[in-house]
Structures are given as structure tokens and as C-alpha cells.
Design a protein around this ligand. Structure first.
Ligand SMILES: Cc1ncc(COP(=O)(O)O)c(C=O)c1O
Length: 391
């Protein structure tokens, strides 16, 4: 591999999920929900999502003959939206959904709940057990395909992480297939930008797969639109890394130029991280990037970069380590500058325990401590130590 030390540079494989209905792995998630909604006799389904999942729900609802409403956060208060989000809204509409386009802010879930009540439709949330179970097929398939082709499993599986369902479902599928690959979560680094801020909404160049979702959802999965989320990424992650926006754009262009594979931003987030991780691994090892997504008008690098420039973001070639989300976007001047930054998982674990204690109100029971040990993938001694620190 280019840039790796002699003997290093693991091989990178990509599981192409872009050919699924609606163009991403998200259909695995939607298919099980919509099947269930149909079986229970619902007339329609609703989903609150900023993108690919909406299109996936729309495609499955259309195939099942159900009505579909997608509630989407599209614009800032000036009515301006990122090309990628607008692209996804169009895609949902093209697949027959009614898209309720909202501006950024707390009204998303409020409006979503009102619509659920008014219509009596099924809540095809991203976070139900049906959705996550659907993603298990992806993990299982990876194992089958690797075994067929190489007679072994990948050493590392990299999953783009936002709300955590992608990583959770894939990891569970791998575990069911008795695969012991290391699971690495990867997110685009958007540190410092607030997701619910009107002024910052359009200062980011990624709409998912970023730390703005990945960090809060890993720290507290139950912040979603169901009482208990089935996406619990901290239970499965061996490592969590971030990568810069510019590095992902660079890798997107590289994949298109070298392999002729034009893919969208989310899966390429893992690819950029995998490229960096491969340099530390020996050349006989294998890394799998477990999904790609389709690309299209608004998702391409050019409209996203033009939009960034129009919003005052400085775009230039340089060292990605100098990238400041919301201020500049640095395309690596050399591929050797693409680095993955480690997220401190213990910090996230402590944050989860802190929130759990705050919500609990009373002293945690033995059962609570056992649960938190599983939640954080640590032992009970770790949980007890954190509790002592916190109190
Ligand atoms: C193509 C693609 N990959 C990865 C992700 C991240 O998945 P999750 O939110 O389950 O972590 C998303 C979510 O929006 C996506 O659309």
C-alpha cells in the first residue's frame, strides 16, 4: 500500500451496499420494520430521519403498498439546505413518500409525534429491534462472503457510526456467525459544531456518520424516538476513531479515480479511516469497510464543497490535522497525511454511567451495575469505580 512501511499496509475490502433498493444498507433496516407494519395491518408508516433511511422506508413502503411520511430536518431559518439533504428529500419523494420538510430545531420530534398521533401510522423508527435485527444480515453476509472467498474472516471491520445501528447490527450479525473480527467505529470529526444550532447547521459538509451524532448516541443511546433504542454501539466497539471531512472527500475522489467506484459520503468515512488504520497493520491482514452508499446529484464532492465555500468555509490543500470544523475544510496535500484520531472510549463509558445515574434517581442496584457493565463492555469493578468517582 502507498505510504505504508515495508511489511505494513493491510488489504482493504469494501462491501458494496449501494445496489440495495434506495441505495444503502438502510434498506435492511427498513425491510423488517415495514414487513412488521404490514403484518399488523397498519395503513402507513412514518419515520423521522435526515436521509438514507427515509429513502429506504419509502422504497419498502412502496413495495408493500403502504403510505409513507418522512419527517426531515432540511433547512436553516433562511430556508437554505445542504445539497446532500435536499438530494435525500428528493430521493424520498421519488420513491413515493410525502416529505415533511422542517427547519433545524426541536420541532422535528414534536412534529413527528403529532403526525404519529394524527395518522395512526406505524413508527418505523431507526432504533427499534426490527430495524437493528435487519442489519444483522449484513454482518452475517460479510462472514459468509469472506469465508467463501478467503477461507477466513476479516481482521478488522470498520463501521461508520452515527446513531449506532449500523455498527450494532453488523456486530451482532458477525457474532451470530461466530466471527471475532475487531470492530472499529468511524465518524467524521465535527467537534465544536452544534447539531441543533441554526447558525451552524449549514457549516458542516456531512449530514450523517459524524461525531455530532456518533458521540452523543454512543454515550446515551436512548436519546432517540423510541423509549429504548436497540442500537447500543458501546457494547460492540473495540475502537472508535474520527477522521476529518477533507480526508473523506479525498478518499471519495480516490475511490472513484482508482477503482471507478463512485460512492457517497457515509461509507467512505469508514474507508478513509480504514486507509489510515491499514498503515499500522501488516500486509497479510485484511480490513473490511462494511458498506458503501449510492451517490447522486447533491451527494457528490463538488456540490458539497461549493456549498461549503458559499457558506464562508475556506477549502484548501494542506495537513488535515489543521482542519477546524465550521471554519475550514482541508483536502490532504498527500495521502500519508490521512490519520485516524482515537476517541477515548472510557470517557464515553463514564459519560453513559453518569447519565444513567442521573436518570435513576436512587442508588444503583446490583442488577443496574451488571447492566451498566454490559452497556459499557467493562466489568462491574469498572462501573463501581466510576460511580465512586462520580459521587
Ligand atoms: C449510508 C449510511 N452509512 C452509515 C450510517 C450510520 O448509521 P447509524 O446511524 O446506524 O450509526 C448512515 C446513517 O445515516 C448511513 O446513511
Amino acid at each position: 500500500m502507498h505510504g505504508a512501511k515495508p511489511g505494513y499496509g493491510a488489504r482493504i475490502f469494501i462491501k458494496d451496499e449501494a445496489a440495495n433498493p434506495s441505495g444503502s444498507f438502510k434498506v435492511r433496516r427498513a425491510a423488517t420494520s415495514i414487513y412488521h407494519a404490514k403484518k399488523l395491518g397498519f395503513k402507513g408508516v412514518i419515520s423521522a430521519t435526515s436521509g438514507n433511511y427515509g429513502a429506504a422506508v419509502a422504497s419498502q413502503a412502496a413495495m408493500a403498498g403502504l403510505k409513507c411520511i418522512v419527517v426531515q430536518e432540511c433547512y436553516d431559518s433562511h430556508g437554505l439546505g445542504q445539497p446532500e439533504i435536499i438530494e435525500k428529500a428528493r430521493k424520498c419523494e421519488a420513491l413515493g413518500a410525502e416529505v415533511v420538510q422542517l427547519s433545524v430545531g426541536p420541532e422535528l420530534f414534536y412534529k413527528f409525534l403529532l403526525l404519529l398521533e394524527e395518522t395512526g401510522y406505524f413508527n418505523a423508527s431507526l432504533y427499534t429491534p426490527f430495524g437493528i435485527a435487519g442489519i444483522e444480515t449484513l454482518g452475517y453476509e460479510i462472514s459468509t462472503q469472506f469465508q467463501e472467498r478467503f477461507g477466513r474472516d476479516p481482521d478488522v471491520v470498520v463501521c461508520t457510526n452515527a446513531g449506532g445501528g449500523n455498527l450494532t447490527g453488523t456486530a451482532r450479525g458477525l457474532l451470530k456467525a461466530k466471527v471475532a473480527s475487531k470492530i472499529v467505529g468511524a465518524s467524521v470529526n465535527l467537534a465544536g459544531l452544534h447539531m441543533a444550532s441554526d447558525g451552524q447547521f449549514n457549516r458542516k459538509s456531512f449530514t450523517t456518520g459524524h461525531t455530532g451524532f456518533g458521540v452523543p448516541f454512543s454515550s446515551w443511546p436512548d436519546r432517540s424516538d423510541v423509549p429504548r433504542s436497540a442500537a447500543r454501539p458501546l457494547r460492540y466497539m473495540d475502537r472508535y476513531v474520527t477522521i476529518t471531512q477533507g480526508s473523506v472527500f479525498y478518499m471519495t475522489e480516490t475511490l472513484a479515480s482508482l477503482e471507478g467506484l463512485e460512492k457517497g459520503p457515509a461509507g467512505n468515512t469508514s474507508l478513509a479511516a480504514a486507509f489510515a488504520l491499514a498503515q499500522e497493520m501488516s500486509e497479510d491482514q485484511m480490513i473490511l469497510v462494511q458498506e458503501t452508499e449510492y451517490t447522486g446529484a447533491g451527494k457528490h464532492v463538488q456540490p458539497q464543497l461549493s456549498f461549503a465555500r458559499e457558506n464562508g468555509i475556506r477549502v484548501f490543500l494542506g495537513d488535515p490535522k489543521d482542519e477546524i470544523p465550521g471554519e475550514n475544510l482541508i483536502l490532504p496535500s498527500h495521502p500519508s497525511l490521512i490519520k485516524a484520531s482515537e476517541v477515548d472510549l472510557d470517557h464515553i463509558r463514564k459519560s453513559l454511567i453518569k447519565t444513567a445515574l442521573g436518570n435513576c434517581g436512587t442508588a444503583p442496584t446490583e442488577a443496574d451495575i451488571a447492566f451498566l457493565a454490559e452497556e459499557t463492555r467493562k466489568d462491574e469493578a469498572f462501573v463501581r469505580k466510576v460511580i465512586v468517582e462520580l459521587t
